[in-house]
Design a protein around this ligand. Sequence first.
Ligand code: KDG
Ligand code: MG
Length: 414
Amino acid sequence: MTEPGTPSSRGSRIVDARVIVTCPGRNFVTLKLTTDDGVSGIGDATLNGRELAVASYLQDHVCPALIGRDSSRIEDTWHYLYKGAYWRRGPVTMTAIAAVDTALWDILGKVAGLPVYQLLGGRAREGVTVYGHANGRDIPEVVDQVGVYLELGYKAVRVQVGVPGLPVVYGVSDDKLFYEPAVAGAAPTEATWSTERYLHHVPALFEAVRDKYGFDVRLLHDVHHRLTPIEAARLGKRVEEYQLYWLEDPTPAESQEAFRLIRQHTTTPIAVGEVFNSIWDCQQLITEQLVDFIRATVVHAGGITHLRRIFNLAELYQVRSGSHGATDLSPVCMAAALHLDLAIPNFGLQEYMRHSAATDEVFPHGYHFADGYLHPAETPGLGVEIDEELAARYPYSAAPLPVNRLLDGSVHSW
Ligand code: KDG
Ligand code: MG
């Protein structure tokens, strides 16, 4: 047996591990690893509203332990960080592990001279179907916005509408090609919510969009964890005739068995998982086929290595992927997601919210959109870099996510 670390089994050594925090319009945390061969790889470590917790976890606890490690031992490093910390799971830990894992895949691709998807088994499809976000203060505005996305070539569109009597509603903003819920300031802003008003209003949105555009476009909707299981069941049943591609996060998923009740009442497909950070968050959801799409993502679910494990389990139960891809997931995460999306057999759909021009400049990347699909770069590694000089010009600026309250003042899920 070859001893770990003997020359025949060895990749290059990590000699530098650095955390870069930048705010080109919104905060991003990036880990950059460099080897003794001068090869660098990057990983996204952004946890929206809690960025500095991950930066510190990496800087203070992970980076020192990475120096001298063999960069090719991706699986070993994953377990070294997961089991070695003793304290398992959780968004901060799993985002930090994800950043290391992603950077190591990037390095491996560069060393091999191959795009990462080739290392994952190669292309299982021609492109990654993505969905865009049509939103508006009222139904006619959303209907118009759906038209904008169809013109751009999108084959799937998420629709979100303002609710009469509620001043701010998740997913509805003046920005149309991207949406940023985190608001600059030390303390969170507050929103108000009425389930009754929402449930009364939202079915009319689907009716209007289907009336205008027919059934060729995939339609999605994000409930953003705001309903109880029986309310979600009612909504799913009510909108069945509009044939949604998925209804997202209908109820909080800490209790996985809650989804059984929704399932008993409706055939509307269910997607869940953007806040999941490990396979244990969705084991029951998958093995009991309580959902149709798993929306966990590279940056928050332990990197390419662990997310692939989740998708592999899901494949056994005909559950497809539907990875989260909002603007708070940096272009580094998006690039990594695309390589995985291209290679797994049970890909469903990928969220794609465009980044601002400033973000794209800080993270030059080779992935591109064409005719409803995203295509990863064909260059070795992930095909995304960070312009550190430019990044340094945008210092961190606190921006927490909002807190949500019912009309009587009770704190509700946001
Ligand atoms: O940071 C939170 C956002 O990423 C989230 O609110 C976006 O729900 C979201 C989605 O589906 O994109
Ligand atoms: Mg969502």
